[in-house]
Design a protein. Structure first.
Length: 591
């Protein structure tokens, strides 16, 4: 079926069921960002492959609502599909609900599959439309009717991590969560989000590309802890370990029935990380408390063991990145390199590191104009050949059993313009501003976002994505609850959190620039004005200086850059061959 045929099939089914508008979110029953093949519904329906967006289909309109990271990509991928791009003003907002309220008359019916919609999203749609006498049905899966070769759920094995790797036992983590439950006076708690489940039970898997998670739910009810999972994924040895932690194991498909038959006064659910179908299954006799999963904040604050492992993994990752950029520089003149081939080479080099498992997201190798697409992934159709001119942006990361990495660098392939140098230098200046920040305890993401953007704002430049996000420990590369963006006004940055700092600048059709390091927030000093926090930079990879216009930097920025590059050489040189070390020495020479 073509995309037009799929759209028409959905409309036929809508007409049969009396549905005036159908909503398809980018999600799964665990409200994941990255999805198993079975739940890549937006890509199957419309061809759009970005990780954030929502389709809305009516009898005479079909649109994709997505944010600025994907505007160019969406315009390209939606061409000829029958879908149009609708540009979100606020990332993650349900602005399509307001559009539906303006378009549909009273008595209309709007539907979606509650397995793909978070409680928060479903409530936003209902709160907007119900007062207008528009019926909202959250239990309609049209795709199951028309998607005949829909992939089955993944069956890859899961595995447990030992305490020497995680720094804390499952028994301890469960005890801490139960303490929070007791403080909130709830008798049950459902964990739907896969990264929370993975952290809580020290379990990892391979059910979602690039994210070492396993599909499952965890229900804490009274003294019972039940893991709902495909039981064939767990070895007998691991089952025994979980049972020793008093974790019962039941089939994945039984989770909904267990929730619907729950005998508890109150259950704690995270409305942003629980699907509406599961929420709606809770018995009416059980009060629902909507709040952040306790494990989410616990997971974001890394213990000393996790931090130490992450520092070690940065050396492995830095070695791979050094070898990669040296290889690109030496090979580009032969005219054989493409965006896809260099992404493959980088993965190959990372795989040479101990305990490498997978990449942490699809590598963004954007040459020249493609660098202006923040979440670009090369396809056979778009795959650009590299030449000895212009800018190359590479945003990539690795999943190792002892940590997760995420790094962006931009390098010159030759013949760079003054404008490109100025833009690069100002983005670098912004990244340094964020990295050097000292801030009082209680500071939230929007404040760090604004400080980081200052060098760009001063020159009337800006970028359309957030400045940073949390990063997991051998877990999701995008990890909450903290994020450095204008909308985070209520989640403070705490000691022990690992975050990215990644300002950028994008000139559509020309080039893009983004420079990204990971940082660990640490206690700095305390005085009469309070407790202060600063950042320890974790990422170990040289920052190109041949693109720097030194006149645009203050002395403190030049000093930071020189100190950083010297540190990179000191950390990596002993792990490199003689020729590689000499190459890196030249790249890290002070300016």
């Amino acid at each position: 079926m073509s995309y037009i045929e799929r759209l028409n099939a959905i409309r036929r089914e809508m007409k049969l069921q009396g549905i005036d508008a159908y909503i398809i979110p980018s999600s799964d029953p665990h409200i994941s960002e990255y999805l198993p093949e079975r739940y890549k519904c937006i890509a199957w329906v419309s061809g759009f492959t970005g990780s954030a967006g929502t389709l809305v289909i009516t009898a005479d309109f079909a649109g994709l609502w997505t944010d600025a990271r994907y505007f160019v990509q969406a315009n390209e991928q939606l061409a000829g599909t029958g879908f149009e791009l609708v540009k979100l003003k606020t990332q993650g907002a349900a602005e399509y609900a307001t559009w539906l309220a303006e378009q549909l008359p009273s008595g209309s019916k709007v539907a979606f599959d509650g397995n793909l919609a978070s409680v928060a999203l479903a409530q936003a749609v209902k709160d907007t439309l119900a007062p207008l006498a528009i019926v909202v049905d959250g239990h309609v899966d049209i795709l199951e009717v028309i998607w005949r070769d829909r992939p089955i759920l993944p069956t890859s094995p899961a595995f447990l991590l030992d305490e020497a790797t995680t720094g804390e036992s499952t028994i301890s983590k469960l005890s801490r969560v139960r303490e929070k439950m007791s403080a909130k006076r709830v008798s049950a708690h459902l964990v739907s989000s896969l990264d929370d489940l993975a952290w809580l039970l020290n379990i990892r898997g391979n059910d979602v590309p690039c994210n070492p998670v396993v599909l499952g739910f965890v229900l804490l009810a009274g003294n019972e802890t039940i893991l709902f999972i495909d039981t064939g994924k767990i070895s007998e040895v691991d089952k025994s370990v979980l049972e020793q932690a008093a974790v019962q194991i039941r089939p994945y498909a039984e989770a909904y029935a267990a929730v619907s038959s729950l005998k508890a006064d109150t259950i704690l659910l995270d409305p942003k990380r629980t699907c509406f179908a599961m929420y709606d299954a809770v018995p009416v006799s059980t009060k629902i408390m909507e709040d952040l999963n306790p494990s989410t904040l616990m997971k974001a604050v890394k213990n000393d063991v996790e931090a130490a492992h992450t520092r070690d993994v940065m050396v492995k990752d830095g070695v791979a990145m050094t070898r990669f950029f040296k290889w690109v520089e030496e090979q580009v003149s032969f005219g054989q390199l493409t965006e896809i081939s260099i992404a493959d080479k980088l993965q190959e080099l990372r795989a040479e590191g101990d305990d490498f498992v997978d990449i942490s997201f699809d590598t963004i190798a954007g040459y020249r104009a493609h660098g202006a697409l923040p979440h670009y992934k090369a396809t056979e159709e778009s795959n650009a050949a590299l030449k000895t001119e212009g800018l190359l942006l590479v945003d990539s990361g690795g999943q190792y059993k002892d940590g997760t990495t995420d790094i962006t660098r931009v390098v010159s392939l030759g013949h760079i313009t003054d404008e490109e140098k100025a833009d690069y230098t100002l983005v670098l200046k912004a990244m340094i501003e964020g990295s050097q920040l000292v801030f009082p305890k209680g500071t939230c993401g929007y404040q760090i976002d604004a400080v980081t953007r200052r060098p760009l704002w001063e020159t009337l430049r800006n970028y359309g994505h957030g400045t940073g996000h949390g990063v997991g420990f051998f877990l999701n590369v995008h990890e909450g609850p903290h994020v450095f963006n204008p909308t985070n006004v209520d989640i403070p940055v705490e000691e022990g959190m690992i975050s990215s700092i990644e300002p950028g600048l994008y000139r559509e059709g020309e080039y893009g620039i983004r420079i990204e390091n990971l940082v660990l927030s640490k206690a700095f000093e305390s005085n009469q004005f309070g407790d202060f926090i600063h950042f320890e930079t974790l990422t170990i990879c040289y920052i190109a200086t041949d693109l720097v216009d030194k006149s645009l930097l203050d002395n403190k920025h030049v000093q930071w850059l020189n100190n950083y590059n010297r540190w990179v050489f000191e950390k990596l040189s002993s792990h490199l061959g003689t020729e590689e070390a000499e190459w890196l020495r030249a790249k890290t020479r002070a300016i």
